[in-house]
Design a protein around this ligand. Structure first.
Ligand code: AHG
Ligand code: MN
Ligand code: MN
Length: 330
């Protein structure tokens, strides 16, 4: 089994970038340890606070955010970090080259039920132009130099890309290292499995409503085949399944709250996951545009997400092309 660093060296990933990734993994091992301790670590449950997104913070959201932020800034290799759990960016070494955007704990409603959660990261370089502060982060997904996640499930796994395909690594607790377990991840082009929060059906726009209705119609419907549904309520766990065996993962815009039609965040969730999915041969779109081509305007902005098996995503996008309607998110 190969260790992480020799694999990245072979790909000629810059040493400083390897150090940034390695620092994220040191934090992830600590988070993994605390999650495995569960109630014994005394860190389950919620805080009394809300984050910038207006969501209740879990104690482990806060702990994970602090661990990642402090460790990254201590390396002196990071110019600034942006986190789902921070109102604003946090600046580090003004001469450093890297920017890290992250979701410290994704799927955090799963923490208290001992379900799968994850850490998602997206690494960019400081842009050449004279951007300052949070504007430095407003780069398209195409400009990411590395992205990935750590899934804390029955085993802890790192899934990562530096633009040369996607690899999976499994944490070996006996040596405290992530060891390479899948050399090249490829998402099958076709699938019979979809992931969506069906409880939002009545709030969806017509294209996604019709697409899901046709999936549910099975052999007798226009798709002529039966589809199965899975929903972990943690994007990391749902996209991990898609990377392992194909599928389509969607979190479409909905009209529950027109001030906030989309749930998933572009910089912390959609872009890094899109990079992985595309590198593994899949597609990632908002339903109308390729996610990684979007020019961000705000670090905490949210987008509609449709990603996974290439042919299935294309079919879903076909519904968006054909059924003309007003968009909640435009
Ligand atoms: P987070 O815990 O970082 O706020 O993210 C949760 C996200 C995502 O992981 C998941 O796919 C989705 O929210 C679950 O949404 P529902 O509550 O609608 O199931
Ligand atoms: Mn999340
Ligand atoms: Mn989160």
């Amino acid at each position: 089994m190969q260790r992480l660093i020799p694999v990245l060296n072979k790909d000629h990933v810059p040493l400083h970038l390897i150090s940034v990734i390695n620092t994220l993994l040191t934090a992830a091992k600590e988070i993994s340890h605390r999650l495995h301790q569960g109630s014994l670590a005394g860190t389950l449950g919620s805080t009394l606070d809300e984050n910038i997104q207006g969501e209740t913070q879990k104690k482990l959201d806060v702990v994970s955010n602090q661990l990642i932020k402090n460790m990254l800034l201590e390396t002196n290799l990071v110019r600034a970090v942006a986190s789902e759990e921070e109102d604003d960016i946090v600046e580090g070494n003004p001469d450093a080259k890297y920017l890290v955007a992250y979701d410290p704990l994704d799927g955090s409603s799963n923490i208290d039920i001992n379900g799968s959660v994850g850490t998602i990261f997206s690494i960019m370089e400081v842009p050449d132009h004279a951007a300052e502060g949070k504007d430095m982060f407003l780069q398209t997904g195409d400009e990411q130099v590395a992205a990935g996640y750590i899934l804390y499930g029955p085993s802890s796994m790192l899934v990562m890309t530096t633009g040369q395909g996607v690899r999976m690594y499994t944490l070996d607790h006996s040596v405290g290292e992530f060891l390479l377990t899948v050399e090249q991840v490829t998402i099958p082009k076709d699938t019979q499995e979809f992931a969506i929060n069906m409880a939002n059906d009545r709030f969806w726009a017509p294209p996604i409503k019709k697409y899901v209705k046709d999936l549910l119609a099975g052999e007798e419907g226009p798709r002529g085949k039966r589809f199965n549904m899975r929903w972990n309520a943690a994007m990391v766990a749902d996209v991990h399944r898609v990377l392992c065996r194909g599928g389509i993962f969607t979190y479409p815009a909905d009209c529950r709250n027109l001030q906030k039609p989309c749930k998933l965040r572009l910089m912390y969730e959609a872009n890094p996951m899109s990079y992985l999915v595309e590198q593994a041969g899949g597609r990632a779109s908002t339903g109308y545009e390729r996610i990684m081509s979007l020019q961000p305007t705000e670090i905490h902005q949210r987008v509609s997400v449709v990603m996974g098996s290439a042919n299935e995503v294309s079919t879903c996008l076909g519904y968006h092309e054909e059924i003309k309607c007003d968009r909640f998110d435009a």
